[in-house]
Write a protein that binds this ligand. Structure first.
Ligand code: KIV
Ligand code: NA
Length: 253
């Protein structure tokens, strides 16, 4: 799709019914995100999500899906200790039906990504706002908004690609930086709050259906208004991503 200059649409997904609905509406990638800690468990952070949670929801999504790429988040504490620890948990997630795992962090994760990717497990990297580091970052806020931190993110992205990452998620970074990083890499990028120039876009399912409680981040768009039902809202999201209508100026930093 990237070679054909076609934007790809990603949504988070946690169960079989939505997996089928999203896939039939044209979603290309289903992300079993540890955001399930927020939207399914009702936690303020993703920190309490366990490997068992991710395995269970991966199995549910895999049962409902035929053709979409399934990427599952490795939860907090399941990969940071060592490449070997990461492989043990990633193998269980892959066995549950994911085709790729996602790991948060910059160049510090390069060895781990190399270890997994050289042993048959494709990895999606995730930089910018990395919610598992919320206490270190001091909140859910924009990253890469200084010259120094922007340079660090670009260097991280290059190191992660070199280590064998297949994809790169960028969350809450300035649109200009996300564009620069996307152009500097040969692997596809997926943006969330990262402007329109990433190779693909992702949103949390509950956010794009207008179901999430509390203050919604700037980059979220509710696709329910104007749709007659959930499948149509999802199809409208896919269409908006493919045509470049989403994200708009109002969603970027
Ligand atoms: O857990 C999640 O939903 C994510 C995406 C928002 C990228 O990591
Ligand atoms: Na996540």
């Amino acid at each position: 799709m990237v070679e054909n200059r076609e934007k790809f649409a990603v949504l988070t997904c946690y169960d079989a019914t939505f997996a089928a609905v999203l896939e039939n509406a044209g979603v290309d990638v289903l992300l079993v995100g540890d955001s399930l800690g927020n939207v399914l468990h009702g936690s303020d952070t993703t920190l309490a999500v366990t490997p068992e949670d991710m395995i269970y929801h991966t199995r549910c999504v895999a049962h409902g899906s035929n053709k979409a790429l399934i990427i599952t988040d490795m939860p907090f504490g399941s990969y940071q200790i060592s490449p070997a620890q990461a492989f043990e948990h990633a193998a269980r997630i892959i066995a549950a039906g994911a085709q790729m795992v996602k790991i948060e962090g910059g160049r510090i994760m390069a060895d781990t990504i190399q270890f997994l990717s050289q042993r048959g497990i494709p990895v999606c990297a995730h930089i910018g706002l990395t919610p598992q580091s919320v206490h270190q970052l001091g909140g859910y806020k924009l990253q890469g908004n200084t010259e120094k931190s922007a340079k660090q993110l670009l260097d991280d992205a290059k190191a992660l690609e070199k280590s064998g990452a297949s994809l790169l998620v960028m969350e809450m970074v300035p649109a200009k930086l996300a564009k620069k990083i996307t152009q500097a890499l040969s692997i596809p990028t997926i943006g969330i709050g990262a402007g329109p120039d990433c190779s693909g876009q992702v949103l949390v399912l509950h956010d794009m259906l207008g179901l999430s409680q509390g203050k919604k981040p700037r980059f979220v768009k509710d696709f329910m208004p104007g749709a007659k039902n959930v499948p149509e809202a999802v199809a409208n999201y896919v269409q908006a991503v493919k045509t470049g209508q989403f994200p708009a100026k109002e969603h970027e930093f």
